[in-house]
Design a binder for this molecule. Structure first.
Ligand SMILES: [Zn+2]
Ligand SMILES: [Zn+2]
Length: 143
């Protein structure tokens, strides 16, 4: 079936991703919403909720706000918000997913490169590597 890339796809008969992904919703900002609200919050990588644009931190990060957002809000799909990454994750099914052909979220699709990781740099503790969760991925090199 040839699928249109229009964001105005009808709800009826839509593929699952079209009920949980809204490409037109911009990201909430360039940092994890909950970490930024906390004076000592910091993160390793960022994820963008594909439904409401919430930016949250990854499962390697101390507080894992992206996963928490997915469970608490019922918005199951998030896209990586890291430079050069374009994958989507379905927290409900716990597996990678992807939107309909050619559809990606509206820009910006990643945090600014100079922001670095982990971030914000003035909050990241010296022993951050001991504070992160090991979830099968290597932590990023210290930049
Ligand atoms: Zn966070
Ligand atoms: Zn959301």
């Amino acid at each position: 079936m040839t699928q249109s890339t229009s964001p105005d796809l009808p709800a009826t008969g839509a593929a699952p991703d079209e009920r949980v992904i809204r490409p037109e919703v911009p990201p909430s900002g360039f940092g994890c919403v909950e970490c930024l609200a906390h004076p000592e919050g910091w993160w390793v990588h960022l994820r963008r909720c594909a439904w409401c644009g919430h930016i949250g931190c990854c499962d390697t990060s101390p507080e894992q706000h992206a996963t928490r957002h997915a469970h608490e809000s019922g918005h199951p799909v998030a896209r990586s918000f890291e430079p050069g990454e374009s994958w989507f994750w379905d927290y409900e099914r716990n597996e990678p997913t992807e939107p309909a052909d050619g559809v990606d979220l509206v820009p910006p699709v990643s945090r600014p490169v100079p922001q670095g990781s982990p971030a914000p740099r003035d909050r990241v503790p010296a022993d951050w590597r001991r504070r992160i969760h090991r979830v099968g991925v290597e932590p990023p090199p210290e930049a």
